[in-house]
Design a protein around this ligand. Structure first.
Ligand code: GDP
Length: 637
């Protein structure tokens, strides 16, 4: 029968009757499961199955002990869809009742109901009082308005009504999504007879099939999935929200511990710093201080470290903040993961929230821009599209590939590509050719910066109409690949033209030269044309025309930009007219002789090898001719 992909969890003060209730509902004693496991009969642990009236099964997790509850609650947090809060009618609401409630609130558990147990032990009037007690305790939490069902596991009174209500809620609970990249925080690892290494847990995202390769983090050890069990039965696939046991080949028990993460390879990296939202519990005795020594619980992992308050001096009970958690051991997480924060010692629960990102560096406190971005990241957690939008806008420079982005948002590459296409359609992101993706705001920024630097450079070099791309690299500080992509984008937008030799010419830009420069330019052209294929070198030009070096350089740049002079190499400059003439002569010569005949070309141009060889090398380099051994032929177009 189908397994409903939701998990029901129990919570409440110790000895209030949680285990007894699970046994009464499922007929399974959680303690007996352990024995079965030890005898090798099952590899799935700690879960009882609860049958809905239509035969579908849901998993029920009962965790004995307060400390284990906290750890397992976090472990199952993304796993638990529905909670049964157990309150004994004779005791009423107790401190652990409140703490569990607060933790579930932090962890984002959204639904549940209340079992008022042990009604056989008290007067009906006291049951009423206990119910009122519960009503007051759940006010303002996700359980406000949830049904309260009095029952006795011993006499069976109220049990049927409770079961019906639980079924109704279970059916009304939306199935857990199995989108995203597969990831399972490891709850237990053991070696089972006939199975080898077995890892158990509740996958928080994605699916995995027998035969897939998974990675254990932080170690990075990989192994093939040999078998999967969900709710004590062999299945072909595991998915988010199912209590799962995975039998992994090539990985030994010593390679894995509780707190590790089992995931599709390549998407997760262990990190020691995370940015997060933090809500402080309302019941705290004093505000939380910056640099507090804390213990983070997320997934099945815990790590000690330091709390850094990013947007406040101290955090008052009941208030929220943006924080960075700096940890002593690495954790593996994804944006949106819930966590619980406790004091490093004693183990007092302080609050919790959602992890926003793996931080690449220490975040400075009170930085407006960074805080605004984290705020957006927090808002984007609900949807992968929003998250992608934020991730891309937070990338400081350069272009991102689909694969890089997939890793950041923890979604498979094809899904990431689809999300990018959607965002592009909405004008939020842009693809720069095939080179990669950039956020629309970042692109606008980069374009502005480029335009500003071009403006400035041409203001300082008024005689020029094109600029070397290497100068732009230096001026903008853009990385070469990104600048190239940006320039191609600007060219497609008809803002500029890309010229051979790494030159950039803004469109609609005319160089301006003073009359004296124009006159010098005319003199240079005349000097170059005198003996056009044996032209004077720049040094000779300068001497003959009495032009200082700087001035001559400016004049030559002007002529080259305008296309009136062609630079063959730093020493040889031809007028455009004669350069074209030489090219035509080479083409003609090749056509006539089948390949280039140098003596006849030399005679035709009236030049010598000293000029001819650099000219031919230039024509080779610009794709006119092709060198073949000792001869040259025309390059086919
Ligand atoms: P847990 O620590 O919350 O899991 O509590 P248990 O399920 O272990 O129950 C603690 C004690 O309360 C056990 O001795 C149970 O037999 C007893 N108990 C549980 N439910 C009921 C009930 O409805 N009526 C009575 N009289 N005792 C109960």
């Amino acid at each position: 029968m189908e397994i409903q992909p939701i998990v029901i969890g129990t919570a409440g003060h110790i000895d209030h009757g949680k285990s007894t209730l699970v046994k009464a509902l499922t007929g399974i004693d959680p303690d007996r499961l352990k024995e079965e496991q030890e005898r090798g009969m099952t590899i799935d642990l700690g879960f009882a199955r609860f049958e809905l009236p239509d035969g579908r099964r849901v998993g029920m997790v009962d965790v004995p002990g307060h400390e284990r509850f906290i750890k397992n609650m976090v472990a199952g947090a993304t796993g638990i869809d529905l909670v049964v809060l157990v309150v004994a009618a004779d005791d009423g609401v107790m401190p652990q009742t409140r703490e569990h409630l607060a933790i579930m609130q932090i962890l984002g558990v959204a639904r549940g109901l209340i079992a008022l147990t042990k009604i056989d032990m008290v007067e009906p009037a006291l049951v009423e009082l206990a119910a009122e007690d519960v009503l007051a305790a759940v006010r303002g939490t996700f359980l406000e308005g949830a049904p309260i069902l009095p029952l006795s596991a011993h006499t069976g009174a109220g049990l049927e009504a409770f079961k019906q209500e639980l079924c109704r809620l279970a059916l009304a609970t939306p199935s857990r999504s199995d989108a995203g990249v597969f990831r399972m925080p490891v709850q237990r690892v053991f070696s089972a007879k006939g199975f080898g290494t077995v890892l158990t847990g509740i996958p928080v995202a994605g699916t995995v099939a027998v035969g897939d390769v998974l990675e254990v983090l932080p170690s990075g050890k990989r192994g093939k999935v040999r078998g999967i069990q969900a709710y004590q039965e062999a299945v072909a696939r595991a998915r988010a929200g199912h209590s799962t046991a995975i039998n992994l080949a090539d990985v030994s028990v010593e390679d894995v511990t509780r707190g590790n993460v089992l995931a599709t390879p390549g998407f997760f990296r262990p990190t020691r710093m995370v940015a997060a939202t933090l809500a402080a519990l309302p019941g705290l005795a004093r505000p939380l201080a910056d640099r507090l020594a804390i213990r983070l619980h997320t997934g099945t992992a815990e790590a000690v470290g330091e709390l850094v308050l990013l947007d406040c001096e101290e955090l008052a009970p009941g208030a929220s903040a943006l924080v960075q958690l700096r940890l002593e051991e690495p954790v593996v997480c994804a944006p949106g993961d819930r966590y619980v924060l406790r004091l490093a010692s004693p183990a007092l629960t302080l609050g919790g929230g959602a992890l926003l990102e793996e931080s690449k560096h220490r975040l400075k406190r009170f930085k407006k821009f960074m805080l605004a971005e984290l705020e957006r990241a927090a808002e984007g957690l609900g949807s992968p599209r929003e998250l992608l939008d934020v991730v891309l806008s937070r990338r400081a420079a350069g272009l991102a590939s689909v694969d890089e982005l997939a890793v950041e948002i923890k979604r498979a590459a094809p899904e990431t590509a689809l999300l990018l296409a959607e965002l592009a359609g909405a004008g939020r992101v842009c693809a720069l050719g095939t080179r990669g993706w950039i956020h629309a705001e970042r692109l606008a920024h980069a374009r502005e910066l480029l335009a500003r630097e071009l403006e400035r450079w041409f203001a300082e070099n008024a005689h020029r109409s094109q600029v070397d791309v290497r100068d732009l690299r230096r001026l903008t500080g853009f990385e070469a690949g990104f600048l190239d992509a940006l320039l191609e984008f600007e060219a497609a937008e008809k803002k500029l033209e890309l010229k051979p030799g790494g030159l950039v010419r803004p469109l609609g830009r005319a160089s301006t030269a003073d009359p004296a420069t124009e006159e010098a330019a005319r003199a240079v052209l005349a000097a170059l044309a005198q003996d056009p294929y044996q032209p004077p070198s720049p040094a000779e030009l300068g001497a003959a025309l009495k032009l200082p070096e700087r001035r001559l350089r400016a004049v030559l740049e002007l002529l080259i930009d305008r296309g009136e002079v062609q630079r063959v190499n730093p020493e040889i400059l031809l007028t455009r007219e004669h350069f074209e003439g030489a090219r035509a002569a080479v083409v003609e010569n090749c056509q006539e002789h089948g390949s280039l005949d140098i003596p006849s070309l030399r005679d035709r141009l009236g030049t010598s090898r000293k000029y001819l060889i650099p000219l031919l090398e230039h024509l080779d380099a610009t794709g006119v001719t092709l060198r073949q051994g000792s001869t040259r032929v025309l390059r086919k177009r």
